[in-house]
Design a protein around this ligand. Structure first.
Ligand code: CMC
Length: 431
């Protein structure tokens, strides 16, 4: 008997099966042959929220949640954040290797020259109420891009895909900045090709009447690092949405709109926004113990936002980098007054048995909002700031899915617990 196998005895029948183990995994379909009799459908696994199911094989991002390790294509996140920039990282995530100088120049040129959006997008934006949430606007406008680029539906053509990837990565900051300008009633600022990816984004956000916007290099670098940290995170909720929706072979704009929608939720990318609202509600350092008590007594209803993670059962390595970077940013901006509340929350939570027992540590969203706020971004724009860099991860995962021969349209099974067959009762005869 091969060592790399699992022997399973079905006690209903007394039969034993040998299932191959590959890469620490058994194939769920191998269970289908385990049946009570010929009419039996066969055994399935039940895994709500996919807590123990690998939905794909991937070569993009590696996470060791127990040790707090995050690598993109093998490169530790700490090295990329220290020495790389966002577009270089996006290239790495999408292509598997860091670019050569020529590849990098070509990549940056292409992304830079696809930043403009069709003027009709502005009109579309103009249709939203003044207080529309920017993530709602982003979901709609990213989805709308599919109508401007109908050729994007040819998803099996690699050249065509490449072009849509340039467009999506390039236009995301433009759309993001437009959502903000709409909400404050400022005219939209067009891209400036002489600036870096993050510098141009700052310019489109904050330029008012200056002929040439002067980007603060510390803030530009901080944003660049935040973008690197958010670029990919393997099979999270929004990436699974991207892959799941993309598996129907829809165009990448529609699939990305679905991913943005998934990111919007407060348990995912909306958490950075929720953290700031939580800090504002707590209001002062003195009220932290009271809040922690409320979290513990709520039975899971009140959460310490920015804490906990499905995969990390240790300090999120991204949170560590952000916490260090916050000091550099606060030297330029004013110190965010909520920082003291956040530090106190972390201090108490890391000592408290409730959090220790459940291995709840600060995640990427705990400190990022403090930096965004200090830089002048409004709170409801925070999830949008997550969506901009995550677009490269979504697209890399989407492309990997399309090229993976194992993949087909995503279609989970269910355990049906509803009513058995019954006959229709006319309205007048119902009790
Ligand atoms: N505050 C208080 N209790 C918590 C928290 C929290 N933030 N997170 C988890 N728990 C408790 C939860 O109540 C449960 O307790 P019990 O075993 O007594 O029922 C236990 O810890 C396990 O929680 P879970 O909900 O089963 O864990 P999960 O893996 O399904 O959820 C999570 C992961 C990130 C959704 C969750 O930790 C959470 O809601 N955190 C707050 C929201 C947040 O910060 N999200 C950002 C995640 S990182 C960036 C991203 O992915 O977008």
């Amino acid at each position: 008997m091969s060592k790399d196998s699992l022997s399973v005895t079905d006690n209903r029948t007394g039969r034993t099966y040998e299932l191959p183990i590959e890469q620490g995994t058994i194939r769920a379909m191998d269970l289908r042959g385990i049946k009570v009799d010929d009419s039996d459908f066969g055994l399935m696994t039940y895994d709500p929220a996919f807590t123990n199911t690998a939905s794909c094989k991937s070569r993009i991002t590696f996470i060791d949640g127990d040790q707090g390790i995050l690598n993109y294509r093998g490169y530790p996140i700490e090295q990329l954040a220290e020495r790389g920039n966002y577009l270089e990282t996006a290239y790495l995530i999408l292509n598997g290797e860091l670019p050569t100088k020529a590849q990098y120049d070509d990549w940056v040129y292409n992304v830079t020259h696809h930043t403009m959006v069709h003027e009709n997008i502005k009109e579309l934006m103009g249709g939203f109420r003044y207080d529309a949430h920017p993530m709602g606007m982003l979901v709609s406008t990213v989805g709308a891009l599919s109508t401007f680029y109908p050729e994007a539906k040819h998803i099996h053509d690699p050249d065509n895909r490449r072009k849509q990837i340039f467009r999506l990565i390039a236009k995301m900051p433009t759309l993001a900045a437009f959502t903000y300008r709409h909400s404050v009633g400022l005219p939209y600022a067009y891209p400036d090709n002489e600036l870096s990816y993050s510098g141009n984004f700052l310019q489109m956000m904050f330029r008012v009447t200056e002929v040439k916007y002067r980007v603060n290099p510390v803030l530009e670098r901080a944003l660049e690092v935040l973008f690197i940290l958010h670029a990919d995170h393997e099979q999270n909720c929004s990436t699974s949405a991207m892959r799941g929706v993309g598996s129907s072979e829809v165009d990448p704009y529609s699939a990305t709109a679905a991913a943005v929608a998934a990111l919007y939720g407060p348990l995912h990318g909306g958490a950075n926004e929720a953290v700031l609202r939580m800090l504002s509600e707590i209001g002062s350092k003195q009220r932290v113990p009271q809040f922690i008590k409320a979290v513990k007594e709520s039975g899971g209803d009140v959460r310490l936002m920015g804490f906990g993670h499905r995969v990390y059962k240790n300090y999120d390595p991204r949170a560590k980098i952000i916490k260090i970077m916050a000091d550099r940013v606060f030297e330029v901006t004013a110190r965010n007054p909520y920082l003291d509340i956040a530090l106190e929350l972390e201090r108490i939570a890391l000592e408290d048995e409730y959090f220790v027992k459940r291995k709840l540590y600060p995640n990427v969203d705990f400190y990022s909002g403090l930096i965004y706020q200090a830089m002048g971004f409004p709170v409801d724009l925070f999830p949008v700031l997550f969506a901009i860099p995550r677009t490269s991860g979504w697209l890399a995962q989407w492309q990997e899915m399309l090229e993976d021969k194992d993949q087909r349209i995503a279609r989970p099974r269910q355990i049906y617990l509803g009513s058995g067959r019954r006959d229709y009762v006319p309205l007048e005869a119902r009790g």
